[in-house]
Design a protein around this ligand. Structure first.
Ligand SMILES: [Zn+2]
Length: 443
């Protein structure tokens, strides 16, 4: 042990540690130390006696694991949770969501909606989220204020919305945000062209050029439904994935969200390009969009991360639910009970998410030197007893409410289920006020 490891800010003695890397490992009788914003030691408990820590936390019956990475969502839409349900994607968007957004979305809406989303995400184990929504500056500011890590991919559309008039304005406002937070420890900023059916080729080309120059991430909804793909082929003679490739927008910085309609050629192209897929199983099921061939993608070497999508199409932001849904949906889709086993589902929500967001050297696994983004999950209650295999319990039995503690960059954002940065009473009052306003406007 090197000398710096002799002191620490926090020393945790959990029942088990699931570091995610090495893959599939479950450690017993191990301890983890946090110093500053980093993991300073992960070692057998017998050796941890040599560390003197300002705070020692005994967490028997708990498993310690990396904080979850929610690689796709629209956080502020939490204020539209349950606003319009049981509808297919296009009528849901065109007749309900877009008009409500046009009438109500503002910087204040995004601040309150993002805070609601962050409260829910921390309580269900997420420590990093990706966001694509209007007023991304308000979301970035909220995430920083609350100590939450996030990737913002600022929205780009051809048409005017409450936030910008045209693609050039979306891009210039988004790049101004990127400049403003370039020194942030918590927020990274990339491009969020909404989809190939809402952003024209010349504008996608601009994104390709700028993203390459800036070495920035690009996240896009892609192949969400078979209808989207068929319509693109009718209009352009090309599948959307092929269009991205032709425009220079498909590469290791690209995060393709949904990807339900994929043929062999699509999968080969994804694998060759190094682009990432963000699987959103509950959103895809709820909107009857289709299902992503996760097992096949992983077998072909494509990195697959996990996302909740918005609370309006889910209706929660709970990555434990997404892990379980991903595992069950993969088995049903493949007609194979061995498809996407528990550890693989956990990897989607941790290291694969970190990789998709370009943060795998900093988060996604518990390793000395990485950022201290981690959660403790209490497996001692009836819902997760008896305990044979911690990994099975995490994916198949936990519902997120077992998350007891959460640290982001070494800062405790939840302790014994109490959020340290968010006043839930005040948040509930503001959330209720938005509900009243939106309900009044919709008669
Ligand atoms: Zn989405």
């Amino acid at each position: 042990m090197h000398p710096q490891a002799q002191t620490a800010d926090t020393l945790i003695h959990p029942g088990w540690i699931v570091p995610v890397l090495p893959r599939g490992t479950v450690l017993e009788n191990h301890s983890l130390a946090i110093t500053g914003d980093r993991i300073s030691a992960l070692l057998p408990r017998s050796e941890a006696a040599a560390i003197s820590a300002r705070r020692v936390l005994e967490l028997p019956g708990h498993v310690l694991l990396p904080g979850l990475v929610n690689a796709h969502g629209h956080a502020a839409m939490s204020l539209l949770r349950g606003f319009a349900d049981d509808l297919p994607l296009m009528p849901w968007l065109e007749q309900h969501i877009w008009p409500a957004e046009a009438a109500h979305v503002s910087a204040g809406f995004v601040r309150d909606g993002a805070e609601l989303a962050i409260a829910e995400m921390i309580r269900s184990g997420t420590t990093t989220f990706s966001d694509m929504y209007f007023f991304p500056d308000a979301c970035a500011e909220t995430a920083q204020r609350l100590g939450m890590r996030c990737q913002i991919t600022f929205p780009i559309l051809d048409f005017p919305t409450v936030w910008a008039r045209d693609a050039d304005e979306y891009i210039s406002k988004g790049l101004a945000l990127r400049d403003a937070v370039k020194h942030s420890k918590l927020v990274t900023v990339g491009f969020g062209p909404h989809a190939t059916y809402t952003v024209s080729e010349p504008n996608l080309l601009k994104v390709a050029t700028l993203a390459a120059e800036l070495d920035a991430a690009v996240q896009i909804h892609l192949h969400e439904t078979r209808g989207e793909v068929l319509l693109a082929v009718e209009r352009t003679g090309e599948r959307p994935l092929d269009s991205l490739q032709r425009l220079g927008l498909l590469g290791p910085r690209t995060q393709c969200v949904h990807m339900t309609d994929l043929g062999d050629q699509d999968i080969a192209l994804l694998a060759a390009s190094g682009a990432h897929v963000v699987h959103c199983p509950q959103s895809n099921m709820k909107l009857a969009s289709g299902s992503c061939p996760v097992s096949t993608l992983l077998a072909r070497g494509v990195n697959v991360a996990l996302g909740s999508d918005s609370a309006a199409s889910n209706n929660d932001l709970n990555l434990f639910g997404e892990m379980q849904s991903a595992a069950l949906l993969a088995k049903l889709r493949d007609q194979d009970a061995a498809a996407l086993p528990a550890f693989e589902a956990l990897a989607l929500a941790t290291i694969n998410g970190a990789r998709a967001l370009g943060l795998e050297d900093r988060i996604g696994s518990l390793e000395t030197g990485k950022l201290a983004d981690l959660i403790a999950v209490d497996l001692s209650q009836p819902e997760t007893q008896p305990l044979y295999h911690p990994l099975s319990q995490l994916v198949y039995a936990c519902n997120g409410s077992q998350v007891s503690h959460s640290w982001i960059g070494g800062v405790a954002v939840m302790e014994a289920r109490q959020l340290t940065q968010i006043d839930l009473g005040a948040l509930a009052a503001r959330t209720g006020a938005w509900r009243d306003r939106i309900r009044r406007a919709n008669g």
